[in-house]
Write a protein that binds this ligand. Structure first.
Ligand SMILES: Nc1ncnc2c1ncn2[C@@H]1O[C@H](COP(=O)(O)OP(=O)(O)OP(=O)(O)O)[C@@H](O)[C@H]1O
Length: 512
């Protein structure tokens, strides 16, 4: 009986082709991390297995509409640069133009084979250009040149190369998507970083704030303790942050503790931390703000609210730069720069005995006074415009301050200082009915006792300003009805029309 001999599957040419495709798929796996190496492997696999002279992957440059070599097996770096084709140019370009494979059986006798890389050898016979498509979009062209040794059933080769080109296009697409996303996130990060920096900017040109900025510039890079005094909302925390940001500690932590916001019994733990089991709820060891601020800056806000017993503990840390966690015996050494602040009259507290004198002198090494807003002159308008712009951007609106509105802002006393101005500007952006914000709008957001300012009439401009304000007031009272307003003012309809035009009064604002 004849024995049937079954050849091992490895000897079957189909199996070999599948094997190459399998290896290509493996090479392209993980190509999102960097496609150059994966593509190089792929092209080398093709070249080696099918005895090609060279295999090249051209990526489509969307902007220039050119095919540029992304990776190759068989070309030198110089040849890669030379081998750039416009879409439609030569066999490679035609393949990209018509999104179809282009087969040149004899490259030595075909004008479509341009040989721009100047790398044509006698051994090369045929050239195949295959479009690399993913989701019907062209990403590039896979070009290979076959030799006498290449096992050449051209049709089969086109199939294998079409599968390979498609896998390469998909890899390129994923890689590009990830790269674009990374770029977008990087730009976004930069934008937010700048925004945060902008929000930490101390705005102001008035002499009083310039003095503060000068002191910050001089002392930020030292390790001296700083004591910031000033009314609520004057920017004491902003000053503390600026000191940290301008110091050599800026890359280290900036830690804040508001001494007034934490109950007395918890404040000690907040400052110094606690060991596990120090008290009933202490299930884990916890570091305090002093430890967290190691090598950085600790901002003690409302330090005037510390109890006398905590003042004594704080004094010890400031003197020795060491402490123990609550319930612990280990001494912890820290290197922390202290910036303290209060809006209370600390000297008076020292006189009355509610703030330790020795602690006050320890903290008050470099005193900085944050001036109230009412003393900052034109900075009020500068800050108002700064906040107006910020809130307009945030709420997608457009608003501008008219001169009478600016005058009113300047004349108000701002007991809540810059914080009050900031909040008022946000309300104005949200409530102002139209682009031009006038004194009436400001009046409606400020506390009731505020008066619409009246100015002495000295010049023609003052007189005109007064006339403008009177017309606006009457227009508002008349709900934008011109004839009614004219009657109230005792002028004709034509006269009021002329003045509305002259003073560029926006009627839309007063119509209901
Ligand atoms: N010169 C300034 N330029 C821009 N924004 C400022 C300025 N001063 C203060 N601000 C802003 O005003 C608000 C209040 O400032 P901050 O919290 O620093 O005041 P504070 O004096 O620490 O207040 P408190 O005494 O209530 O703790 C913050 O939003 C801050 O960004």
């Amino acid at each position: 009986m004849d024995t049937i001999c079954i050849s091992p599957i490895q000897d079957c040419p189909r199996y070999q082709e599948l094997r190459v495709l399998y290896e290509i798929a493996l090479a392209l796996k993980g190509s999102e991390l960097g496609i150059e190496i994966a593509f190089e492997k792929t092209l080398s696999l093709l070249k080696r297995h099918f005895y090609m002279d060279k295999s090249i992957y051209y990526a489509l440059n969307d902007e220039s509409n050119e095919l540029e070599v992304l990776s190759s097996a068989g070309l030198s770096k110089r040849q890669e640069v030379l081998a750039t084709y416009k879409v439609g140019e030569g066999a490679t370009g035609l393949c990209a133009q018509f999104l179809e494979p282009v087969v040149i059986e004899n490259i030595h006798q075909n004008i479509l084979f341009l040989n721009k890389s100047c790398s044509l050898k006698k051994s090369e016979i045929s050239y195949l250009a295959i479009p690399a498509l993913s989701q019907n979009k062209l990403f590039g062209v896979l070009g290979v040149s076959l030799t006498q040794k290449s096992l050449c059933n051209i049709e089969e080769m086109v199939t294998i190369l079409t599968i390979t080109a498609s896998l390469m296009a998909q890899s390129q697409q994923i890689y590009q998507t990830i790269n674009d996303e990374k770029k977008r996130l990087k730009e976004e990060k930069l934008y937010y970083k700048e925004e945060i920096l902008k929000q930490n900017e101390i705005i102001g040109y008035s002499p009083v704030i310039q003095d503060v900025l000068e002191i910050i510039g001089k002392v930020a890079c030292t390790n001296s303790t700083i004591f910031i005094s000033g009314e609520t909302g004057t920017g004491k925390e902003l000053i503390a942050k600026a000191i940290h940001n301008y110091s050599h500690r800026k890359e280290k932590p900036y830690i804040k503790l508001n001494c007034a916001a934490i109950p007395e019994n918890l404040l000690e733990t907040e400052l110094f931390g606690h060991e596990r089991g120090a008290f009933t709820d202490a299930k884990e060891m916890r570091k305090g703000r002093f430890e967290l601020a190691h090598e950085g800056t600790l901002f003690l806000d409302e330090v005037g609210d510390l109890s006398l017993s905590l003042q004594a503990k704080l004094l010890r840390v400031l003197q020795e730069q060491e402490f123990e966690r609550l319930g612990g015996t280990k001494t912890i050494k820290v290197d922390v720069r202290i910036v303290a602040a209060t809006n209370r009259d600390i000297k008076e507290m020292v006189r009355q005995g509610s703030f330790r004198e020795d602690l006050f002198y320890r903290l008050n090494v470099i005193p900085i006074h944050s001036p109230p807003l009412r003393d900052r002159g034109d900075d009020i308008i500068l800050l108002a415009c700064y906040f107006l712009e910020r809130f307009c951007r945030r709420h997608g609106k457009e608003r501008t301050l008219l001169p009478d509105a600016q005058m009113m802002l300047k004349e108000y006393t701002w007991p809540g200082n810059i914080r009050e101005l900031e909040n008022s500007m946000e309300r104005i952006v949200l409530l102002a009915p139209s682009l031009h914000v006038n004194a009436q709008v400001i009046f409606s957001v400020l506390p009731a006792k505020t008066k619409i300012p009246t100015k002495e009439v000295e010049t023609k401009a003052d007189l005109e300003d007064l006339e403008r304000q009177a017309i606006i007031r009457v227009l508002r009272e008349s709900r934008g009805i011109k004839i009614k307003a004219a009657k109230k003012l005792g002028i004709t309809n034509r006269q009021i029309g002329y003045k509305i035009q002259k003073y560029e009064i926006c009627m839309q604002e007063y119509l209901e």
